[in-house]
Design a binder for this molecule. Structure first.
Ligand SMILES: Cc1cc2nc3c(=O)[nH]c(=O)nc-3n(C[C@H](O)[C@H](O)[C@H](O)COP(=O)(O)O)c2cc1C
Length: 364
């Protein structure tokens, strides 16, 4: 059964996407989402197909060098989690270079991404994340330092600028290209916008026009194939990264990739497929963190899964109360037996609003 998404003409590309020598199988990438783009989520999304590259949540360069447990958990990976980039943040050039070198030594890390977009005060006040957009020479020096300290591709993910009167992304993109950066990902909002307002496609296009040959990845508010088509056509960007849209619909990469290759959009998961995916993601998390922690960590993710599956409110509530493996299994058993509201387990599910987090602020 085809998808219910509107049919749009695929965009033609002269060449596949590559970060320097790292060839990517698709131009649709998973954007880092702190707290969510962990190994279990990356693995299940990869298994659905169509994903070109996944990046970890942002990791503190200082914490990484100190061997901090949380930082090391964030970079956990395995051979199936490939190609994988680790995103680091910090404002000290030596530490950022050392962290990049440490990552390069680690098996499986194929690229390092520098976070220059995080709008959260705690990060920007120290001059990291979007705070880097307020310093010109120091930032260019830091990025050039990191790019020349490792052989694997280094990329930068940034915003359009600090605020609307300081649109600096095109200037930075041109400088970073000269400094040896392999690609730029651009979230089409300023730091001042946070996660509100509209993504500015004209702003993304300015970044595309500012570079000579490195790929530019557009990002922001892509929820379906038509959104990606609009971004690709209007901005001329070489790839699209999707964050929140993938939480609501982990099939989005497969839909995008197949649309580009065939013009057809395969359906996203039905009730049964989503239930299987939920169980698979939980099983990987349980293996990594143990049952008790996994049940707690998984609650927020399960909430979106169950909403998208059209599970009745009282059953969703019941699921959230589970504390043990047997309560978890019992809740799943009832959910599976009930099926979606007004349909069967194999029917296409209607597109519906999934309340994924609007931004990282609430969690930090
Ligand atoms: C909960 C949450 C966590 C995020 N964490 C990160 C992060 O760790 N690193 C980063 O570069 N961007 C982070 N972002 C920004 C996203 O990667 C992305 O740029 C933004 O959400 C816009 O894209 P989207 O509409 O496809 O989600 C985060 C966004 C959200 C909502």
């Amino acid at each position: 059964m085809p998808s219910t998404q509107p049919v749009v003409r695929p965009v033609a590309f002269p060449k596949p996407l590559a970060y320097g020598t790292l060839a990517l199988q698709s131009r649709y990438l998973l954007s880092p989402l702190a707290g969510y783009t962990n190994l279990p989520f990356r693995l299940v999304v990869r298994e659905l197909g169509g994903l070109g590259l996944a990046t970890t949540d942002l990791v503190n360069s200082r914490g990484l060098l100190a061997g901090n447990r949380k930082s090391l958990q964030l970079i956990e990976s395995c051979p199936a989690d490939s190609p994988m980039a680790v995103q680091i943040f910090g404002n000290d050039v030596t530490m950022m270079c050392d962290a990049a070198q440490l990552l390069e030594q680690r098996h499986g890390v194929e690229s390092v991404d520098i976070n220059m977009g995080c709008p959260v005060d705690r990060i920007t006040k120290g001059g990291s994340g979007a705070g880097m957009m307020r310093e010109c020479d120091k930032t260019i020096g830091l990025v050039a330092g990191v790019a020349s300290s490792v052989a694997i591709p280094v990329t930068v993910k940034m915003r359009l600028g600090w605020d609307e009167s300081n649109i600096s992304a095109p200037m930075f993109a041109a400088e970073f290209e000269k400094a040896g950066v392999a690609a730029i990902a651009i979230h089409g909002r300023t730091r001042a916008q946070g996660f509100g307002g509209q993504v500015d496609l004209a702003g993304i296009r300015q970044v595309v026009e500012a570079v000579e040959s490195i790929p530019v990845i557009g990002n922001g508010d892509v929820r379906c194939v038509a959104d990606a088509a609009r971004m690709l056509e209007f901005t001329g960007c070489d790839g699209v990264s999707v964050g929140r849209g993938a939480l609501a619909n982990p099939w989005i990469f497969r839909q995008l990739d197949e649309w580009e290759r065939t013009g057809e959009i395969p359906p996203s998961g039905n009730f049964e497929q989503r239930l299987q995916l939920l169980m698979r993601q939980f099983a990987i998390l349980e293996e990594l963190r143990g049952t008790k922690s996994a049940i707690i960590i998984f609650r927020k993710t399960a909430h979106w899964y169950l909403k998208a599956m059209r599970v009745r409110a009282w059953l969703r509530h019941q699921f959230q109360l589970a504390k043990t493996r047997s309560e978890f299994e019992e809740a799943i058993k009832v959910i599976a037996a009930e099926g979606p509201i007004g349909g069967s387990g194999t029917d296409a599910l209607p597109d519906m609003h999934i309340p994924v987090p609007s931004g990282p602020i609430a969690h930090w």
